[in-house]
Design a protein around this ligand. Structure first.
Ligand SMILES: CCCCCCCCCCCCCC(=O)SCCNC(=O)CCNC(=O)[C@H](O)C(C)(C)COP(=O)(O)OP(=O)(O)OC[C@H]1O[C@@H](n2cnc3c(N)ncnc32)[C@H](O)[C@@H]1OP(=O)(O)O
Ligand SMILES: Cc1cc2nc3c(=O)[nH]c(=O)nc-3n(C[C@H](O)[C@H](O)[C@H](O)COP(=O)(O)OP(=O)(O)OC[C@H]3O[C@@H](n4cnc5c(N)ncnc54)[C@H](O)[C@@H]3O)c2cc1C
Length: 666
């Protein structure tokens, strides 16, 4: 905010009962992270190349070229200022425009790191780090995305030349969707069925050069292009999602990523001690980062809706006084505050997931693979529930802003359009929950075998208690006790998983049973994942959290998150007998009183996200709350208002009006 400019939300900020600066540190993860983030946000906001207010007005070609310009400029600044990787990734984040760089840094580099041998990493990573090559992740095909084993592209070893021949045998084997592929990438990690000596060895990753490093023309045998416009204006159309076909393209043998499986010069196939599933490792990595992205997108939408709800007034004027701020309506609070609590919940669960991922990666390096299934289930499940909730929440925030939320300059329509594919990419959310369900059913089936469940399924080890326990909540106050809440969530989750396992046992063919019960299995999986989010929020509160009133606010938010989920899924809690209808009603009473506690802190709680006006790009979410004059000013900037009488008047409006006059005379 400019120094001396009026702050229309100052009154809201004065009622805060906690230290906002300390909350900023907690949200960012550390003082260092906050400092880096803050510095990079300002660097981007102050650079005119990164302006984005005109994005939705640009044609696809202009938008795309502008994205290239921004990406090149960002890289130039990163090199000039010698930014660290942490700083560089914050710059890309605040530039806030989907681009080929997301896939280069987010998937191409991690795929080589995770699936390449030491030598392969040494050869390719330095080139990628300096952006002397630009890469994408080419897995999905026209015919198959979820079913990775169903991919049709082939990689056939030719022992005569020591090469692989990469080929697209059918139309449906065309690579379809990879970001950065359409117009930019020089290289791809392409996934194909490995064939050696006529034998198939499953799907593996291959580094394939696509375009000349001299003139960017596709290499012989490569057909490549963009797949076309996507949902919304601006939005994800800055990305060149691409189509790619291979016509017997030859690559050297050492361009197969060989950490999991090696093919020797003689054509021998050697399985290393690394599990096959590591071929899916890049997806595990990215799913984990997508959970953190969910908290960013959600907090951004909530920040806009909260500030605007405090500015906007409707009805309730008494004796000519001001009308009621819409944030004071209980219905507005019951729709908005759970989303605010969810933003914090997703932030902390993503922090935890990152540490789990780091831990599992270290173990994998040491040759310990036992925690991989849990890492897969957690990343898949949390990716699924956080992205679904966030996509719904962005749309809810748009509605919370009434008519003005539908204006592009509210920032919400484009945020929704950019965000919503997160429910599909990196694994369709339903398909991912089915993976979690498989893991849960397996865990339940092993309960009697002496194998003690660990990690996020440790609670299943108390199955005997959880299957019959009764919640002892007697008052609304009791619902503020984390242990009471967690036990209700554990009982609900365990009972849903056990019910699924029992029903599955009735089918002679387990796969047929799994297919028939899929809808119930998905609900059991979601219940388990919600339990994880609730538990990790409460566990966060066990840590030392400095700053006046900060912990208190987080306690309130954690209870709001948990009781909101309980209220939303009351049917599950009641049908499993985890709580009684009376206890459900008490939870709702508690939720209502918690909303009143959030109310004076709401604006400060979104200020703690520390978003610049540039990043928010929302007239409604401006830090200073100066909404109406800005909306009015912005309207006149629309190209339609360049002339008072519109183009087309002479051809289409005037003749119409004249004709009406003639008709009227008749
Ligand atoms: C800095 C960062 C920035 C980030 C920027 C990013 C920008 C984002 C931009 C957008 C970018 C978008 C980019 C994109 O979109 S990239 C494309 C993303 N594509 C997908 O996500 C495809 C989704 N499909 C799959 O993952 C698999 O095919 C599934 C899993 C569905 C089935 O598979 P399959 O038919 O083979 O499996 P199975 O069911 O027989 O299971 C077999 C066994 O394997 C285990 N298993 C399965 N999966 C994993 C795993 N992952 N780790 C460890 N283990 C795993 C499984 O538990 C089972 O174990 P067990 O029961 O036998 O013990
Ligand atoms: C914006 C965007 C960017 C992308 N970027 C990349 C990229 O960079 N690289 C890349 O390789 N891919 C990329 N993808 C592809 C993406 O990973 C796939 O679209 C995704 O994995 C879903 O696969 P699908 O499209 O085959 O969906 P489908 O599997 O065809 O899903 C269609 C419907 O079928 C249901 N369904 C499918 N299987 C089952 C099942 N077993 N049981 C029950 N229901 C089922 C799904 O729930 C869904 O409702 C991108 C996609 C998008 C939208």
């Amino acid at each position: 905010m400019e120094v001396g400019a009026p702050d229309y939300l100052a009154g809201e900020r004065q009622t805060a009962e906690f230290d906002v600066e300390s909350m900023k540190v907690t949200w960012a993860g550390s003082r260092h992270a906050l400092e880096v983030s803050d510095r990079m946000a300002r660097l981007v906001a102050s650079d005119p190349v990164f302006r984005k207010d005109n994005r939705v007005m640009l044609s696809r070609k202009e938008l795309f070229k502008n994205t290239l310009r921004k990406a090149a400029h960002a890289w130039k600044r990163i090199v000039e200022l010698r930014l660290t990787e942490e700083e560089a990734s914050r710059v890309r984040f605040f530039v806030d425009e989907p681009a080929f760089t997301d896939l280069h840094w987010g998937m191409f580099v991690p795929a080589i790191k995770g699936q390449g041998t030491e030598e392969q990493q040494q050869k390719w990573l330095p080139l990628a780090y300096k952006m002397q090559i630009i890469g994408c992740y080419a897995q999905t095909e026209l015919g198959h995305g979820s079913n990775v084993q169903g991919l049709e592209t082939t990689a056939t070893f030719d022992p005569k030349t020591d090469e692989f021949i990469i080929h697209s045998p059918t139309l449906t084997s065309s690579k379809w969707w990879p970001g950065g592929l359409g117009k930019v990438s020089t290289h791809a990690v392409a996934y194909a069925r490995l064939i050696v000596d006529g034998q198939e060895h499953g799907v593996h990753g291959f580094i394939v050069q696509l375009r000349s490093l001299d003139d960017h023309m596709p290499l012989p045998g490569i057909t490549v292009g963009d797949i076309g416009m996507k949902f919304g204006s601006g939005a994800y159309n800055s990305m060149d999602n691409g189509v790619l076909r291979f016509d017997n393209v030859r690559i050297p043998r050492d361009q197969m990523l060989m950490r999991v499986l090696q093919v020797t010069r003689e054509g021998k196939v050697i399985q290393s001690d690394v599990p096959r599933q590591l071929i899916y490792g890049t997806m595990v990595f990215v799913r984990q980062t997508i959970v953190a992205d969910a908290s960013c997108a959600l907090s951004r939408a909530v920040c806009i809706a909260t500030r605007y709800s405090a500015v906007r007034r409707q009805f309730g004027s008494q004796n000519g006084g001001p009308e009621t701020q819409v944030i004071d309506y209980k219905t507005q609070q019951s729709r908005l505050f759970p989303l605010l609590a969810s933003a914090y919940a997703f932030r902390f669960v993503s922090e935890w997931l990152k540490s789990l991922y780091t831990d599992v990666t270290e173990k994998l390096q040491r040759g310990e693979f036992s925690t991989l299934p849990e890492a897969h289930a957690c990343t898949a499940g949390l990716k699924s529930i956080t992205t679904s909730a966030t996509a719904d929440a962005i749309e809810e925030c748009r509605k919370l802003c009434g008519g003005h939320g539908y204006l592009a300059n509210s920032g919400l329509p484009e945020l929704f359009a950019v965000y919503v594919p997160a429910c599909t990419y990196e694994g369709d959310n339903t398909v991912l929950l089915l993976q979690v369900a498989r893991f849960l059913v397996k865990t339940v089936s092993q309960l009697g075998s002496g194998k003690v469940p660990v990690g996020t399924t440790a609670y299943m080890g108390r199955a005997r208690h959880l299957i019959q326990c009764k919640s002892n909540v007697q008052s609304a106050e009791d619902w503020l006790n984390p242990q009471v809440v967690v036990e209700a969530f554990e009982a609900r989750s365990l009972r849903m998983s056990v019910a699924c396992a029992e029903n599955l046992a009735k089918f002679p063919n387990p796969e047929e049973g799994f297919a028939q019960l899929a809808a119930d299995l998905v609900e059991a999986a979601a219940a388990h994942c919600q339990l994880i989010v609730v538990t990790k929020f409460f566990e966060k509160l066990q840590q030392d959290i400095p700053g006046k009133g900060v912990k208190k606010q987080l306690q309130i938010l954690s209870s709001v998150y948990a009781l909101y989920i309980l209220h939303k899924h009351l049917g599950d809690f009641l049908s499993t007998g985890s709580i009684t209808p009376k206890q459900g009603a008490l939870a709702n009473d508690q939720l209502r009183s918690l909303y009143s506690k959030i109310r004076p802190n709401a604006v400060a709680l979104v200020d703690a996200f520390n978003y610049t006006d540039h990043y928010l790009s929302s007239v409604l979410g401006r830090y200073d709350g100066n909404v109406y004059p800005t909306l009015y000013e912005e309207a006149w900037k629309d190209p339609l208002n360049d002339s008072v009488v519109p183009d087309g008047y002479q051809e289409y409006i005037r003749p119409l009006l004249k004709q009406q006059i003639r008709n009227a005379r008749l």
